[in-house]
Design a binder for this molecule. Structure first.
Ligand code: LLP
Length: 415
């Protein structure tokens, strides 16, 4: 299970930092996302410390958890933002991320989004295809601006992770094939409306083996040096996000180990380093708190029916992802094997399959760990369920950072 010291039992009750989860459930109801500020702030600091020689810009991947207060908390501590939509740009601006610390990724940026980002003077667009380069150039020309860009290059390295969150292989939609990159950099150099400032890659997410970073970086540095010989001098090297976290018993590399492995190549690149971590900043900082509704026993199975569902946390249903679970009140009740399921009308609605847990009664609370990243941001209103509330804990203090949706908000916008 996760090793965060922010989540501990005190007198048989699970706390986040110095706040009892039972108390938060009583005050705000369930399902409830609860985050530890200390955990996310120290994860960001670990990146700054590990890579300090490269004066890194840590562009937090907003998609992992885009709550304004969380972006703001990280921005106050020097983080920028890696965004993938106009909506994320809007959030980053509202959360006071300096525009010169924003990078814009994604294979399908629209004209409107490009215009928005140009007007905000972001640091750079990470360009993923030749037609996108053309569109960015056209929009920049219309706006009388020069668009700062990096190409996202696909290094064709296997990140050894789940196929849905792998990106760095040729067969995926992401990035520009390595062999096409020099030609595109040359094309950009001839274009007055764009300026190539950087090289970007992102090979996948939840990497528990860091050697694929090194293998891709070898190719990246080769290309950067080759371009330099042609007088195309790139200032930024953006190596994306992707560092894994512990959901169960995985051995995960630290930021320090990553920095040590990559240091010689980063030095050789002579670029300023950009990183885009998401999960490794917020993933282990969050739990999804849920209440047991029923224990349903059939001839085949024991089901624990809880009030959180796949609309609240999609990862188990979508990726078969494993999330460790802890009862909020420590108990000596008999341990059985359960499927932990939500109220949604689909067999795919589960939070855990065949999981050993102590027998829980109606009203007992369960904490789903590792839910700080890609938890709330991937939640939906499926089955017209209202999206959960979010609370941020800071030692003995806590604040509601997003209200639970109301029924009225559910139909707002429908005509
Ligand atoms: N940069 C780019 C260009 C990305 O596409 C991503 C994630 C990141 C940075 C941040 O990666 P991280 O450090 O969080 O691994 N919903 C999936 C994860 C999808 C990741 C998509 N891209 C999940 O729940 O596992």
């Amino acid at each position: 299970m996760i090793s965060e010291d922010a989540f501990r039992y005190h007198d048989g009750e699970l706390f986040v930092e110095d706040v009892s989860l039972r108390k938060l459930a009583e005050e705000f109801g369930t399902p409830l996302y609860v985050y530890s500020k200390r955990t996310m702030v120290s994860a960001l600091a670990a990146y700054h410390d590990a890579f300090h020689r490269f004066n890194p810009l840590i562009c937090y991947a907003v998609k992992a958890n885009s709550n304004l207060e969380i972006i703001r908390t990280l921005a106050e501590r020097g983080a920028g933002a890696d965004i993938v939509s106009g909506g994320e740009l809007f959030r980053a601006i509202k959360a006071n991320v300096p525009s010169q610390k924003i990078v814009f990724a994604g294979v399908g940026k629209t004209k409107e989004e490009i215009r928005f980002a140009l007007n905000e003077n972001i640091l750079m667009f990470n360009v993923e295809s030749a037609p996108e380069l053309e569109l960015i150039s056209r929009v920049a020309k219309e706006a009388g601006k020069v668009a700062p860009i990096a190409f996202r290059v696909n290094p064709d390295v296997d990140p050894l992770t789940h196929p849905y969150i792998s990106t760095g292989l040729k067969k995926y939609k992401f990035g520009i094939p390595l062999e096409d990159a020099p030609e595109l950099y040359r094309r950009a150099a001839q274009d007055r409306h764009v300026k190539a400032l950087g090289f970007q890659m992102h090979i996948g997410s939840q990497l528990t083996d860091i050697t694929p970073y090194r293998d891709s970086l070898v190719k990246a540095v080769d290309l950067i040096k080759k371009l330099r010989r042609e007088d195309i001098d790139l200032r930024y090297l953006d190596i994306g996000g992707g560092l894994g976290i512990r959901y169960n018993d995985e051995e995960v590399p630290t930021q320090g180990e990553m920095a040590e492995l990559l240091e010689p190549l980063l030095l050789e690149s002579r670029c300023q380093l950009i990183l885009e971590p998401g999960r490794s900043i917020v993933g282990n900082a969050g739990v999804l708190l849920t209440e047991t509704l029923y224990h349903k026993q059939t001839a085949e199975k024991s089901f624990l029916i809880v009030d959180a569902a796949m609309n609240d946390l999609a990862r188990p249903s979508l990726y078969g992802a494993y999330h460790y679970m802890l009862p909020v009140r420590q108990t000596s009740a008999e341990v059985r094997v359960f499927d932990v399921v939500g109220p949604i009308c689909e067999s795919g609605d589960f939070l855990a399959k065949d999981r050993e847990l102590p027998l829980m009664d109606s009203g007992d609370l369960l904490a789903v760990l590792g839910a700080g990243a890609y938890g709330f941001t991937m939640s939906s209103n499926y089955n017209s369920r209202r999206r959960a509330a979010e609370v941020l804990v800071d030692s003995t203090r806590y604040s509601l950072i997003r209200k639970r949706e109301t029924y009225d908000e559910l139909i707002q916008g429908e005509l």
